[in-house]
Design a protein around this ligand. Sequence first.
Ligand SMILES: Cc1cc2nc3c(=O)[nH]c(=O)nc-3n(C[C@H](O)[C@H](O)[C@H](O)COP(=O)(O)OP(=O)(O)OC[C@H]3O[C@@H](n4cnc5c(N)ncnc54)[C@H](O)[C@@H]3O)c2cc1C
Length: 524
Amino acid sequence: MRVPPGLTPADFRDALRQFEQAVGKDWVFSSDEDIDTYRDSYSPFWHESEEPIPSAAVAPAEVEQVQQVVRVANAHKIPLWTISTGKNLGYGGSAPLLGGSVVLDLKRMDRVIEVNDKNHYALVEPGVSYFDLYRWVQDRGLKVWIDPPDPGWGSLVGNALERGGGYTPMRDHFDAHCGMEVVLANGDLVRTGMGALPGAKTWQQYKYGFGPYVDGIFSQSNLGVVTKMGFWLFPQPEAYLSGSVAVAKHDDLFPLVETFAYLMNSGIVQATTTVVSPLAYSRDPQLATLRSGGSTSDLEQYAAQKGIPYWSVSLPFYGPEKVVAAQWEFAKEKFSAIPGAKFQDGASYRFPLNADQLAKIVNPVPFGVPSLQTFSVGGPRSQGHMWFSPIIPMTGEAVLEAQAVFDQVAKDLGGSGAVAGFPIWNFFARAFVIIYFFPIEHEVEKNRRNREIFRRLVKTSAEHGWGEYRTHTAFMGDIMDAYSFNNHSLLRLHQTMKDALDPNGILSPGKNGIWPKAMRKARA
Ligand SMILES: Cc1cc2nc3c(=O)[nH]c(=O)nc-3n(C[C@H](O)[C@H](O)[C@H](O)COP(=O)(O)OP(=O)(O)OC[C@H]3O[C@@H](n4cnc5c(N)ncnc54)[C@H](O)[C@@H]3O)c2cc1C
């Protein structure tokens, strides 16, 4: 039997009995077989003693049960690790950061409380997955879209709290939330925004309520357990239109990105896309030689001969048919300032799609339809993956600098140097995020090497003024350490809040680098 740090087996058995009284005997899990299901199947510590394995899991069905669980945890000083649907693969899955924690699994709290297709919002519990909400909307014929991330089996709440991203104009999931209900570490229940007003009529329509806006402190944090969350939904659009822009020269990247940023910041492009170099993806051996040793003009010549653009970006537009057509026309006009820029019309649809149309779409996620087809990523090549995902400025200069810097780190450390040409995403307004794929292996030495490369990338990134937006539990301390302005004053603020709200340190110790007071010294 695994026990939480600092507890005797007898104390823990007593606590498990109290958890059972709170949620029912069937909903406390402590057998090895059950615990295995909460391990991170993409753990970078495969077959190493550092893999953080939980001691048990407890799954409440009601808010009152969450409050009881939290009180039992306080009485016994048991660390809890909250998950909504626990599908956070690539970032730690459903496993805790601190081994021996008890997973607080909210999957049974799976009620869709409201979906409104006149003011376009939803209020859901943490166990509601994107598939659940999609079915709910479809069954009732409501004219709203949800915005799933690539895998649709995760929850709106867990994904948004991790500040995850999707594809449609609602793609910044934390930004798209409106109002929360939170159980604090002492068991108190709080509603944020307009939810603090009893009988509020606008909890999901106006974010701020009155007074300090506290929602942010519950995202990527360990200061509360979110038990309800509101989301703004996208009104079902009339149409979708996409087009792509291709440019031929290396230095065309500068005006390409500048124009792209102008269109994004003007609200003309509102959805997720990537800037790519198609040259990076070709498997032609001649190109591989040019990429490692050739000059920029060699690559330009190669691209010209083969008819491949040096850089390209595709632009998705959602809205009324006339409006999306005008947006694409305007974008073409702007990009035409780059000599030789070429344009290609892409897919276009009118909504709703019928079953035949949907079946023909390889990836339905950008059309608000959850899917699991993304799991083709990395399947044959590795046992899973994690991501290194720094935020960089939305400029061509930053893209090239990041490409050169990360490529060099990987080469220095004996990696493949395959970072070049990584796709650069606009999941969030105003900045790019690079999503750099890191394979997980079932080989201890390879994982150690990859962890070393990852940590070096975090450091090098910080030296260049870039920070990661989110990370695997294994690197949360490293990344928080990089956000060090004024001798880590932001972390000290987080710790002050942690000590005030959770003095026993029961909620997700170590999450995003925030440790409770009693554990802080040992982790310094
Ligand atoms: C192939 C692949 C593609 C992916 N693509 C994307 C993508 O496009 N976009 C994207 O964002 N992610 C992506 N992911 C990452 C991940 O799968 C999703 O973000 C997923 O939605 C997160 O899982 P979840 O919703 O079950 O969150 P959970 O695992 O339930 O929660 C994630 C974390 O949030 C915190 N948390 C959760 N619930 C609560 C709560 N109620 N109260 C307080 N804290 C809480 C916890 O720290 C928890 O560890 C991808 C993963 C894979 C493997």
